[in-house]
Ligand binder design. Structure first.
Ligand code: MV4
Length: 461
């Protein structure tokens, strides 16, 4: 067991600031790394030390392993927190950290590698007794074999890249006639996007909800869950709104999904914070989708309803400490909703980088804003367009929605386009308000608005 004196944050933006907040509370010094485009960023300003690690593109800086490690060596840190994205799920980077005697704040490299291979992850989950969808036990070897398997499973099926995840390189196949073409294009896309062109096939679930369980595990085999998040509101596999608890779960289903996620983590020797993603079908059956071995963008909704600090727990278990609370000690209070504010056109989702000319942060009871933006900040064009996460907490879902509407109303971001008007529209949507939505919500929302005469006519953008 050791105590970290200094941590390097291998990330930028709101998540780098979020990690620094917790380090300050724990009395741990921080080192920020930044690209030349991020010199004036808040994470650079709030960290105790800062090191420029390269040019503006991600590959020149935040993905540049030798630069990040050099910064860690120069500043003599005990550990590196990778945040999300960039190097967070690189088993190779985790291994390099280990070889340099720097603690990687996350699970072991072999566990990251296992979960990065979706075919292997499915196998491990099956062995742990976690429900998986009918599908390939191994990567597809030939079109004929795959076709026979799809016929056995029954259409519709979905072809996915073994090295994929997050929706890249997927093809839904509804009839046998489409199969050959779908497999070809999926293979081409997988080969271009990932190290591996391997594919697998699964039964396709119509109108599912995306419900994920937050887990915390220490290095001594203890594991607990902090309940679920409903992340069904997405567009092109980018989450837009998340909430906890899910309006779709009963206490009984929550307990079963939580226990299943914990069993999955035990089986693979998981440590640190992690997320087990499930598809929930219209009959209330749930199936393993993937496991994320990092802290996630939407972790604040879980922090709000459980009063846990997930980053603090990641740091404590990385120090080798046992989890200090048991499953029975986890609190669940009220309801939380997160709206992702992106520097994007709210209708086309085209990126909208540039100068923030005017800015007002909402506050007041039950409002949390995770952001690295400030008046005069220039949103660079090189990275993800997320500029703020507006998170609310209230006793009930109804009051949480009212609180979100009021916070969105007083939030001002001028000079660039943002998704604030889109969120205002969703908060007014009768299906959202009823909690009746699936992963198809956004397309249906835009369809309803078109019929009504567009966003502008109904109080949106
Ligand atoms: C699926 C599915 C239906 N059936 N797998 C999308 C992201 C990636 N993690 C897997 N995804 C899906 N996998 C089967 N067998 C539907 C999706 C899916 C989806 C999932 C969650 C949230 C939004 C989605 C939008 C389209 C498709």
């Amino acid at each position: 067991m050791r105590r970290f004196r200094k941590i390097l944050i291998a990330n930028r933006g709101e998540i780098a600031c979020r990690i620094i907040w917790t380090c300050k509370e724990m009395g741990i010094s921080t080192v920020a790394v930044h690209s030349t485009a991020d010199r004036d960023s808040l994470h650079v300003r709030f960290a105790d030390e800062a090191v420029c690690i390269g040019g503006p593109t991600s590959s020149q800086s935040y993905l540049n392993i030798p630069s990040v490690i050099a910064a860690a060596e120069i500043t003599n840190v005990d550990a590196i927190h990778p945040g999300y994205g960039f190097l967070a799920e690189s088993s190779y980077f985790a291994e390099i950290c280990e070889a340099c005697n720097i603690k990687f704040i996350g699970p072991r490299p072999d566990v990251i590698r296992l979960m990065g291979d979706k075919v292997e992850a499915r196998r491990a989950m099956k062995e742990a007794g976690v429900p998986i969808l009918p599908g390939s036990p191994d990567p597809l070897k030939s079109e004929d074999e795959a076709r026979a398997l799809a016929r056995e499973i029954g259409y519709p099926v979905i072809i996915k890249a073994a090295a994929g995840g997050g929706g890249r390189g997927m093809r839904i196949v509804r009839t046998e006639e489409e199969f050959g073409h779908a497999m070809q294009t999926a293979a081409t896309e997988a080969a271009a996007s990932f190290r591996s062109a391997d594919l697998y096939v699964e039964k396709f679930v119509e109108n599912p909800r995306h419900v994920e369980i937050q887990v915390l595990a220490d290095e001594h085999g203890h594991c607990i869950h902090l309940g679920e998040r409903d992340c069904s509101i997405q567009r092109r596999h980018q989450k837009i709104i998340e909430e906890a608890p899910s309006p779709a779960l009963t206490p009984e289903l929550r307990e079963r999904m939580g226990a299943t996620a914990v069993a999955a983590c035990r089986r693979v020797g998981y440590s640190s914070a992690g997320t087990v993603e499930f598809l929930l079908d219209e009959d209330g059956q749930f199936y393993f989708m993937e496991m994320n071995t990092r802290i996630q963008v939407e972790h604040p909704v879980t922090e709000m309803i459980t009063l846990a600090d997930i980053v603090r727990n990641q740091i404590l278990v990385a120090e080798g400490k046992p989890l200090w609370y048991k499953q029975e000690d986890v609190l669940f209070v009220g309801h939380s909703i997160e709206c992702r504010i992106n520097a994007e056109d709210p209708q086309t989702f085209a990126p909208s980088p540039g100068l923030i000319t005017a800015y007002n942060a909402p506050g007041g009871p039950g409002v949390r804003l995770d952001t690295a933006a400030y008046p005069g900040y220039v949103v660079p064009p090189y990275y993800d367009s997320l500029i703020a996460k507006l998170v609310v907490h209230a006793r009930t879902r109804e009051v949480a929605i009212a609180r979100m509407r009021r916070a969105l109303e007083v939030m001002v971001v001028e000079g660039i386009k943002t998704t604030i008007p889109l969120h205002q529209g969703v908060m007014e949507d009768p299906y959202f308000r009823a909690g009746e939505y699936s992963t198809r919500f956004m397309e249906q929302f835009f369809e309803r608005r078109k019929i009504q005469g567009g966003l502008a006519a109904s109080g949106g953008a």
